[in-house]
Design a protein around this ligand. Structure first.
Ligand code: G3H
Ligand code: 13P
Ligand code: ZN
Length: 311
């Protein structure tokens, strides 16, 4: 059924695991994710960005998710707006059947972030919808906004309690060293998330669900396949999966993954195209691409997030 994240997060917090939030942009991605979640009996969050709604058309996205709900009636699925930039897009998603929205005021001054998140939370809660907000800024690329490393900043634990109290939001995304996209760390460096910040946040917000954005691990086998078949992804590096496992055992209840799905899909298409230059039926190359998406999600659920069997 279509659910909010309330129950999912409560169980995940208590059970020391996390729910995967996977970005959806087209039919094959929705199919790959939901087939994986159904086989692993895992609750799942399908999230759509503003860019996804523009690309696919909001109605298509909603109906693709409705189709998945019809096919897997027992699977708990939350439909979430990823990185809502203003009240209007949040309202549009709340009115349009989403069960969860993110209002991302992380680039605004603290008080503006508070005011915006509070306004969205009030509107959402009156309609049974839950809200995620963000404190601290990640480096990387979101839609067409690129945040440089100098402009990114870790979450300040001393701010989180006031923020949650004043806004009434249901979960909080924090910045502890992850970033969006496929180029998260410099080659030759040792990627290390700031678990000390996460711990400090958790201490100040006991039992409160924390969200990790930019959590793709950038599987090197897919980077290799892409590069061996005409691609040019240089030094694509993600978050080590062991650190995601650790985050999932801590207060992190939602782990956002998009880039890994893009890589899996692209690797499937490039590999097929190179092997069968005579093929031109999209079903031929989208079948292995979709299977790659499914494989990534199964792996995340069963081997990283720990949400298998929790549906
Ligand atoms: O946070 C960014 C997500 O990967 C969504 O990306 O805005 O290009 O759809 P997008
Ligand atoms: P990645 O780019 O690491 O997949 O992050 C996705 C994300 O945070 C979506 O909100
Ligand atoms: Zn994000």
């Amino acid at each position: 059924p279509l659910v909010t994240t309330t129950e999912m997060f409560k169980k995940a917090y208590e059970g020391g695991y996390a729910i995967g939030a996977f970005n959806v942009n087209n039919m094959e991605i929705v199919q790959g994710i939901t087939e994986a979640a159904a086989e692993e009996k895992s609750p799942i969050i399908l999230q759509a960005s503003a860019g996804a709604r523009k690309y696919a058309n909001a109605a298509y996205l909603k109906h693709l998710v409705d189709a998945a709900l019809e096919i897997y009636p027992d699977l708990p699925i939350a439909l979430h707006l990823d990185h809502g930039a203003d009240f209007e897009i949040c309202k549009s998603c709340i009115d349009g059947g989403f069960t969860s929205v993110m209002i991302d005021g992380s680039s605004k001054p603290f008080d503006e972030n508070v005011a915006l998140a509070k306004k969205v939370a009030e509107y959402a809660h009156e309609r049974g919808v839950v809200v995620e907000a963000e404190l601290g800024t990640l480096a990387g690329i979101e839609d067409d906004v690129k945040v440089s490393e100098e402009d990114s900043s870790y979450t300040r634990p001393e701010e989180v309690q006031e923020f949650v109290d004043r806004t009434g939001v249901d979960s909080l995304a924090i910045a502890i060293g992850t970033s969006h996209g496929a180029y998260k760390f410099k080659p030759g460096t040792n990627p290390q998330l700031r678990f000390d910040i996460l711990e400090e946040v958790a201490k100040r917000l006991p039992g409160f669900p924390i969200v990790l954005h930019g959590a793709s691990s950038v599987p090197q086998e897919y980077v290799k396949i892409i590069n061996e078949n005409g691609g040019a992804l240089k030094d694509a590096i993600g978050v080590p999966e062991d650190q995601l496992r650790q985050a999932a055992r801590m207060a992190v209840c939602k782990i956002n993954i998009d880039s890994d799905l893009r890589l899996a899909l692209t690797a499937g298409i490039r590999e097929h195209m190179a092997a069968y230059p005579d093929h031109f039926d999209p079903r031929q190359y989208l079948t292995p691409a979709r299977a790659n998406v499914k494989a990534v999600v199964k792996h995340k659920i069963a081997e990283v997030l720990g949400s298998a069997g929790k549906a």
